[in-house]
Design a protein around this ligand. Structure first.
Ligand code: SF4
Ligand code: SF4
Length: 338
């Protein structure tokens, strides 16, 4: 029998996001979970499956506080309504819904939608605001939604990030931002500055965003700073999707079934996770090089999670690894640039 150096034990679930699928109206270049209009994964098969998933959350994370995200949750307001009701019926703590505001047709439409959801328990909203979001959502929509939500939701609005509101106010209100043109005019330093202001995490598409503008290091340097041991056990910002996948803290593209957490993860079932957690990212890379023909990019990586994403994409195409999911993350439309 194989003896593990250390097993991975996920502790009590504290705070997390419930992802209502990975479909999004936008295809932001910094997206950690590689969401986009093409994605259809992360959803329950049926209303019964949704109820079962919420029951499972109640039993596995009874004291956790949840926010709702995606993908873009307002693309399916009926589903969002069902989830809000389901959380409330089960007495689960719920903070806010994240949105990119793309669905807003007018102030009155935003007001009517929020009022409908407020009656089901919506108390607060997180509205995304940045150059990356403005590439897909007209600034007028974002600013209107912030104003309306402030008026009618008692829990208020988190603007993520408020530092970008003056930028949005200065853009053409009724056009999507031409970010490529702006970067062409101001240079890579500008793109990196916006990324740093936003706090882009160098994983998912965000890793390639930073690398594309020159924030790069050799693969061994990227691997040496990997935060895996701490991230994989952190339960202060986990995600669960409606297909029953548990995504450990900020590790887009890595999943284990919700039915296994909290608790000790059976590592025999998840060999890549086992290697990353017990031997480190560098070990995964050298194993992928020796056994699966992986070649690190000469141009380098923006950080450990960028490298990790690239190795996982390579392995996903060459084997069946249960921990590499959800499936749409590895669709070539989701992640490109490697
Ligand atoms: S960052 Fe948010 S708005 Fe942008 S693609 Fe990802 S889920 Fe959609
Ligand atoms: S390197 Fe991979 S496993 Fe480690 S924290 Fe980043 S995404 Fe998670």
């Amino acid at each position: 029998m194989r003896v593990h150096a250390r097993s991975l034990t996920i502790p009590r679930l504290q705070a997390g996001g419930l992802n209502l699928g990975y479909r999004c109206s936008s295809h932001c270049r910094h997206c950690l979970y590689a969401c986009g209009p093409h994605r259809r994964d992360g959803l329950p098969d049926s209303p019964d499956a949704l109820h079962s998933l919420l029951d499972e959350l109640k039993s596995r994370a009874p004291l956790a506080s949840f926010h709702i995200g995606g993908g873009e949750p307002f693309l399916d307001v009926d589903l969002l309504s069902s989830v809000l009701e389901g959380l409330s019926d089960r007495g689960l703590l719920f903070d806010y819904v994240e949105t990119n505001a793309s669905w807003v047709l007018s102030e009155s439409h935003a007001r009517a939608t929020l009022e409908r959801l407020r009656a089901l328990g919506l108390n607060g909203l997180l509205v995304s605001a940045s150059h990356f979001h403005a590439e897909f959502t007209k600034p007028r929509k974002t600013l209107a939604l912030i104003a309306v939500a402030r008026q009618i939701l008692a829990g208020g609005v988190i603007v993520w990030l408020p530092d970008f509101v003056p930028d949005l106010a200065s853009f053409d209100q009724d056009s999507r931002l031409d970010l490529d043109a702006l970067i062409a005019e101001r240079g890579d330093g500008f793109a990196l500055q916006v990324g740093m202001r936003y706090g882009v995490i160098p994983g998912g598409r965000g890793g390639r965003l930073l690398a594309a503008h020159g924030f790069c290091m050799d693969w061994s340097d990227a691997a040496s700073g990997a935060p895996c041991r701490q991230r994989l056990v952190s339960t202060t910002h986990f995600h669960v999707d409606l297909a029953g996948n548990y995504v450990p803290g900020l590790c887009g593209g890595i999943v284990v079934p919700l039915s296994l957490v909290p608790g000790e993860i059976p590592m025999d079932r998840f060999p890549l996770l086992d290697r990353i957690y017990n031997q480190g990212l560098e070990s995964l890379v050298t194993w992928a090089m020796d056994e699966h023909g992986f070649t690190p990019l000469d141009s380098g990586y923006s950080g450990a999670c960028d490298l990790c994403t690239h190795v996982r994409i390579h392995l996903h195409d060459r084997g069946s690894f249960e921990e590499l999911g959800p499936p749409g993350f590895y669709d070539e439309k989701s992640i490109s640039g490697y």
